[in-house]
Design a protein around this ligand. Sequence first.
Ligand code: FEO
Ligand code: CA
Ligand code: CA
Ligand code: CA
Length: 559
Amino acid sequence: KWGKKSHKCKVGFTPVPNSVGELDNVMPEISDDYQYDVLIPWGTALEPGTVKEYTGDPSTRPTAQEASLQVGIGHDGMWFFPFRGSNRKGVLAINHEYGSNSHVLGKDAPESLEDVRLSQNVHGVSVVAIKKSRDGKWTNYKSAKSRRITVNTPMAFSGPAAKSKLLQNPAGNIALGTLNNCGSGATPWGTYLTCEENFNGYFGSSEGDAFTGTEEQDRYGFSANGFGYGWEKFDKRFDLSDADYTNEQNRFGWIVEIDPFDASQKPVKRTAMGRFKHEAVAVTIGKKGKAVAYMGDDQRFDYIYKFVSDRNHRSMLREGVSPLDEGKLYVARFNEDGTGDWLELTIDNPMLAARFNSQAEVLIYARIAADILGATPMDRPEWTTIGQEEYVYCTLTNNSRRTEPNAANPETPNSTGHIIRWKDSEHHTGTSFTWEIYMLASATLGTEETFGSPDALWADPYGRLFIGTDGGQEFGLQDQLLVIDTKTGTSRRLLTGVNSDEVTGITVTPDQRTMFVNLQHPGNGDPGATNFPAEPDGYTIPRDCTLVITRKDGGIIGS
Ligand code: FEO
Ligand code: CA
Ligand code: CA
Ligand code: CA
């Protein structure tokens, strides 16, 4: 396989030099061999003509109702689903991870339920139909497939914890919404997986300083004020102390499956994959046709997980059972000698049975179960991807608080992050693996390949690894998109973003001649820093958007 395709595995483009990425921070810089266009910034009408567009004028804001019909904010993970293999037409499923109150509302705290609903409606997911016109420009268009999923969209629960009392509230309300949708993944059966990451920050407590968290709440980071969104003041679902909504908090922290081609499908939270701060997910097919999913929990000293379906994914689908509902969940232990073990999170393990009453509880409190099993605390696991020769790569973005090194996380503190890779036994389905540090970002500092805080990650089928960064880059560089040839180790910078943004959500058309990447939180919403995608005017609020990247000669992206 490698031999046939190796001629295409070339990273030969002219890189963006340090000097250029450093100098201009109000507009992106791209390789001289490439070009970009802007697609669906925050506030774009999901379906053109159906609602007023929001274009970043700070003197006006969309209403909550308008926002529910517009593309949201905080563009992060995404996936392009082509119509019958088309390179010109399909749907883009895209996560709207977050938007601060100051950015969205123009003030630090909501003053009404309308404010809260506006904040909630810019979060979630967009499924948006897009096409390429004759002049080569991509645009969204009116389509029955387009839909917005927000914090208030009805959701289904599935898998072993679906009927758990811990997912029911005394108020008896139905499950609603998805939150802090960070990275993503796609399944071989054509669905989109969106990952709920820092959901804890949207909850607060009406008790204020008198609030004390349970052991479980502490482990998941709940607090009286959360991240300061203030939703709990007008929407009791997000009040940790409201007796009607005691378990609302447990309804978040899941992977949610969305059918991108059926806007009437109710998104499904897959409880068998565990509840933690899901960064992203990489799905592949392992031995005997089992579906395998690799997942990171992005917090300092948290873990890497793997889910393996019980049976052949095709037979399960034929039987009407989701391959993501019946299977085993494991957490990784990276041994010092380069071997590793996948530790199963099961109530059949006496160590877990001593703490939990059911498999549902093990899954709802997966972090605590993983603590008990002795998983290896990592330096913030972000995205995973599956490259050639069955290698699984994972970005460990950084860890300012690490003082005790381990072999898999050797730097103290880990200021710039690293990439680890491993190879599982039994074609992804075994319980052991071998691993190595693939790359320390610190080793690139000072070179023209300088990068730090690797986050988004995608391996193409030809041996290229695309890395999006999220963090202050060394030497004043802006966040960037890099391409590595995993065969030769050649690394080149394809793109740098704008002030305070991150580069994330890497996806392509089937021919790999169009790539979509996201510029998230440009300028952190501050019009003084950048006005992108508007030209510099010192006034317009910068807006999260998708960049459409092509080679000037029409070649494969990365070449
Ligand atoms: Fe939402 Fe860990 O990035
Ligand atoms: Ca992000
Ligand atoms: Ca991320
Ligand atoms: Ca990050």
